[in-house]
Design a protein around this ligand. Structure first.
Ligand code: PEP
Length: 241
């Protein structure tokens, strides 16, 4: 069973700060022989391998479905290839709700990068009003967010990230995560992460949830000592859930 911890930097950290962060993390990973997969998604300006010697994988938070071309403000596959980046975050709620990416465009981006054999971390999750409308509404919403997506893709990692829990400090309860993960597991048998205000204080509880294969972490992972603490906690996780 794969176990995964991923960190989404969003627009936090410069290139220099990312290099320092990764150097510290790299040292921890080597010394501890950390057994889980670790993905770091720095901003586009900080894409690089940063001299990583352990198995830290660097991914991009976004890219346009093109090798290169006239897409002002975007980056394409050519820019990712330059840094050996072959992992992409797709469908993050901030891109859906702030940048206005539609399901149709997200599916197009997914298919294009799938065609180019990228590892894809695909995010889905409901806003508060849908959660408040009940389990059926949530299920329908999550099904819609999988429209046009090959949920059997072998290089796919799914992430359940309820919008109301992202960056709000409000975490979904273990019970809610377990129920919702059971719904998503019917849509995809790929590894499934939980994301939404995961932090050192709650990560043990979250990773212990049956059907949870790891965490996608924003805010609490930006401080590398916090990130290392969370990795240490994950190492104590039993495999028998
Ligand atoms: C995210 O943006 O993917 C995320 C989970 O953020 P946070 O941990 O800050 O809620």
């Amino acid at each position: 069973m794969r176990k995964i911890i991923a960190s989404n930097f969003k627009t936090t950290h410069t290139r220099a700060a990312t290099r320092d962060y990764i150097a510290t993390l790299d040292e921890f990973m080597q010394k501890s022989e950390y057994p889980w997969e670790v993905y770091i998604f720095p901003p586009a300006t900080a894409l690089d391998k940063h001299g990583v010697r352990s198995d830290i994988r660097i991914g991009a938070q976004n890219a346009y479905p093109t090798v290169k071309g006239s897409f002002t403000g975007e980056i394409g596959k050519e820019q990712l290839d330059e840094f050996g980046v072959d992992t992409l975050l797709v469908g993050h709620s901030e891109r859906r709700h702030i940048m206005g990416e539609t399901q149709e465009f997200i599916a197009q981006k997914f298919a294009w990068y799938k065609e180019h054999n990228f590892n894809i971390v695909y995010c889905i999750g409901e806003p508060l009003e849908v959660r408040e409308a009940g389990e059926d509404a949530v299920r329908r919403y999550l099904v819609e967010q999988c429209e046009g997506i090959d949920t059997t893709y072998e290089r796919l990692i799914m992430a359940y990230e309820p919008v109301w829990a992202i960056g709000t400090g409000r975490t979904a309860t273990p019970d809610l995560i377990e129920k919702t993960h059971a719904v998503i597991k019917k849509l995809s048998d790929r590894p499934l992460l939980y994301g939404g205000s995961v932090k050192p204080e709650n990560i043990a509880q979250i990773l212990a949830v049956p059907g949870c294969d790891g965490a996608l972490i924003g805010t609490a992972s930006w401080d590398v000592s916090n990130m290392v603490s969370m990795l240490e906690i994950s190492m104590k996780q039993k495999d028998d859930k």
